[in-house]
Design a binder for this molecule. Structure first.
Ligand SMILES: Cc1cc2nc3c(=O)[nH]c(=O)nc-3n(C[C@H](O)[C@H](O)[C@H](O)COP(=O)(O)OP(=O)(O)OC[C@H]3O[C@@H](n4cnc5c(N)ncnc54)[C@H](O)[C@@H]3O)c2cc1C
Length: 338
């Protein structure tokens, strides 16, 4: 069995950037992901949504960002194991870990845990009748916006995802209503665009009380929490963006210290409580942690540089900068730049 320098668990944007960085540092690296495709939440949950907070891109579709991350990461021939779930990590000796998966075993000198929110489980709509309509008009993420063309859509939630969904669907749906029980937590610029759009905003203090339909969604009853006044909205689809339940339970079972919904790391090194196992991205918890793609990639770079020192103490933490490193396509990239 081959021994790798770095094994990345999770092929979301953080894991892909860790792979890129591992390539630049000349490490022999591998990625393992439980899903059939790389890209993590971006590909699994919102491939058609625009992302506005990536350095260098005023707006980029999530699927296009994944494509770029994959292309950037695989400038080196990293090993990829998809549809394979890591179920355990055990130390073999001071310098080697054995990873057990649902398909076999892997040996590695260091691990970078980029497993995000773990198994992607959306927070469910509490209305009692909701479960019966799941995937029959009631959805927890929108993989294709075209599926909503010409429909009357009720979106539930008040964070970035709900507001972004409302803005994306407004031009294509017949009608969009946004129902939220509190203040918006979305980016103020997006909220201001929302208020200028034709989205019917029912917020604050509104909740979905009941979903109606004969086999598929036909209407919802919403209630104003303070006045208890109810109204019925005719609807063909309900899109709930109520966040996701993180589960770091399996990581804790591997002996890695967790706190709340995240893995505890030293934010200066991204090392977990187990020396040689690092973590980055949505899976980690530290003071000031922001669950954003840009922040995850920065943590991934720190983790890889620290892993290189762990592998060989003679390695430097600081790689100087990218032009001092191995960049197989750097000449090609340069050719496209003015
Ligand atoms: C609707 C929505 C919109 C968003 N919009 C933005 C935005 O505009 N800008 C922004 O910065 N952020 C946004 N985010 C947040 C962003 O998606 C996350 O911060 C980002 O995906 C975290 O990346 P990650 O690689 O750490 O984890 P993830 O993307 O969650 O990837 C983790 C990967 O690990 C795999 N995995 C987990 N456990 C195992 C295991 N045991 N074995 C093998 N594989 C495993 C999973 O299958 C998954 O592929 C949004 C999130 C949502 C839900």
């Amino acid at each position: 069995m081959d021994l790798y320098d770095i094994t990345v668990i999770g092929g979301g944007p953080t894991g892909l950037f860790a792979l890129f960085y591992a390539g630049m540092r000349g490490a022999k690296a591998k990625v393992i992901d439980a899903l059939p495709e790389l890209g993590g939440q971006l590909y699994a949950l919102y491939p058609e949504k625009y992302i506005y907070d990536m350095p260098g891109f005023p707006a980029i579709l999530a699927a296009d960002l994944v494509k770029g991350c994959v292309e950037q990461a695989f400038q080196w021939p990293h090993a990829v194991c998809l549809e394979e779930r890591v179920t355990n990590i055990r130390r073999v000796d001071d310098s080697v870990f054995r990873l057990t998966t649902d398909k076999g075993e892997h040996l590695t000198k260091t691990v970078i845990l980029c497993s995000g929110i773990g198994a992607i489980k959306p927070r469910k709509l509490p209305a009692p009748s909701a479960a019966a309509f799941e995937d029959r008009g009631l959805f927890y993420y929108a993989r294709s916006f075209d599926a909503f063309n010409g429909l009357r859509v009720v979106i539930v939630g008040g964070g970035d995802s709900a507001v972004d969904y409302a803005l994306a669907l407004e031009p294509r749906a017949k009608a969009v209503t946004l129902v939220h029980r509190s203040q918006f937590r979305a980016h103020p610029h997006s909220v201001s665009l929302l208020r200028q759009s034709r989205v019917d905003i029912r917020q604050p203090d509104y909740e979905v009380k009941e979903v109606h339909g004969d086999g598929a969604v036909q209407a919802v009853t919403i209630v104003h929490k303070k006045t208890q006044e109810e109204s019925r909205l005719e609807a063909d689809a309900i899109l709930c963006a109520l966040g996701f339940v993180s589960d770091v339970g399996e990581v804790a079972a591997w002996g890695i210290k967790t706190e709340g919904h995240g893995v505890v790391v030293n934010p200066y090194t991204m090392e977990t409580s187990v020396p040689g196992i690092f973590a980055a991205g949505d899976v980690v918890s530290h003071e000031g942690k922001l669950k954003l793609i840009a922040c995850g990639t920065s943590e991934a770079a720190i983790a890889v540089n620290q892993a290189m020192v762990r592998i060989n103490p003679a390695n430097k933490v600081h790689p100087i900068h990218s032009s001092n490193l191995t960049l197989p396509i750097s000449a090609k990239v340069g050719a496209h730049n003015p």
